[in-house]
Write a protein that binds this ligand. Structure first.
Ligand code: GDP
Length: 301
């Protein structure tokens, strides 16, 4: 049994490889919900939906958001009606979001996602990290911004001074899943806005201390592969490098996978954690994803 902690881009890339190597029914994926909110009248749990689509081979893996080949008829019509959407939601994707919104009238988010995963034929356990909505604010040089405003309206351009998010309770099953796993993989997701929210849940860090934990650095050299992770780490005074990632996870991490390009950082990281694995971590092909997944699985004692 393997537990994976995931955001909505870096880790889903790894999941595409992992699900070819590990029986998907042996995978539990705990997914960030920090950015969940209502948009255009539907509940959007972006990272959870990305993981659902990834596991169902439906993901638009150009943008890591929405369904591959989706159409945007409703989105276009809303624009014509003078009601443009902040989040561009595709027609097929909207169906999942409408269903989730309806399910939430009767069920928790965890239960709703379990129902959806089953109806999509998935055998992995996909657990949203919390059933409660978080409140996240990005403090920038132009003021306090909602996460999606920072991301979409402002295209991550403002200088980030701080990031604040509220604490929420873990969903049922998260701690048990970590405790019962042979290993926990922290995928190469944004350490601040995708992984930290999961780590901050009550009991998660303690459970990780007793588990074999292997992480993949989302930082190569002195920058993130994509997205605002480096900006967020800098704002919080964390070195933007795989060394910074090691220091963030040092309390419970057993093995950090870093990229070949970071070979020179191995000794420094070894002073923080016991084991460093060096391999190609740039997942720009199916083979690269599978190879990285295989290296991770092979390193589990
Ligand atoms: P979000 O929810 O869309 O912000 O996505 P995640 O938090 O899951 O992933 C964003 C992180 O993935 C960024 O920090 C990237 O640096 C990292 N990332 C994306 N692609 C790759 C890759 O191919 N290799 C590695 N090592 N990191 C990646």
């Amino acid at each position: 049994m393997i537990t994976v902690l995931s955001g909505g881009t870096g880790t889903p890339k790894l999941l595409q490889g992992l699900k070819e190597i590990v029986d998907p029914s042996d995978l539990t994926i705990i997914v960030n919900t920090l950015e969940n909110d209502y948009f255009s009248g539907v509940y959007v749990s972006a990272d959870v939906d990305t993981v659902l689509y990834t596991m169902a081979d439906m993901i638009n893996d150009e943008f890591w958001y929405g369904v591959k080949g989706d159409t945007f008829v409703t989105n276009e019509r809303l624009k014509e009606l003078g009601c443009p959407e902040l989040l561009r939601i595709g027609d097929i994707d909207r169906a999942l979001k409408i269903q989730k919104t309806q399910l939430l009238e009767k069920y928790s988010l965890t239960e709703a996602v379990e129902i959806q995963a089953k109806s999509m034929g998935l055998t992995s356990k996909i657990i949203p990290m919390s059933n409660e909505d978080s409140d996240i604010k990005i403090i920038t040089d132009i003021g306090e911004l909602e996460f999606h405003d920072f991301l979409i309206k402002h295209q991550t351009q403002p200088e980030v001074l701080d990031i604040k998010f509220s604490n929420v309770s873990p969903s049922q099953g998260i701690i048990e899943s970590i405790e019962n796993s042979d290993a926990v993989i922290i995928g190469p997701s944004n350490p601040i806005t995708s992984i930290s929210p999961i780590l901050e849940l009550d009991g998660v860090k303690d459970a990780l201390k007793n588990a074999y934990v292997i992480a993949v650095s989302p930082i190569i050299g002195s920058d993130s592969v994509s997205g605002p992770a480096s900006k967020f780490m800098k704002a919080l005074g964390i070195e933007v490098s795989s060394v910074g990632v090691a220091s963030l996870y040092e309390d419970f991490l057993d093995n950090l996978v870093i990229d070949l390009k970071d070979d020179d950082k191995k000794d420094e990281i070894n002073q923080i954690i016991n084991k460093v694995t060096i391999t190609n971590t740039i997942m720009n092909s199916f083979d690269a994803k599978k190879n990285l997944a295989q290296t991770i699985i092979d390193s589990i004692p």
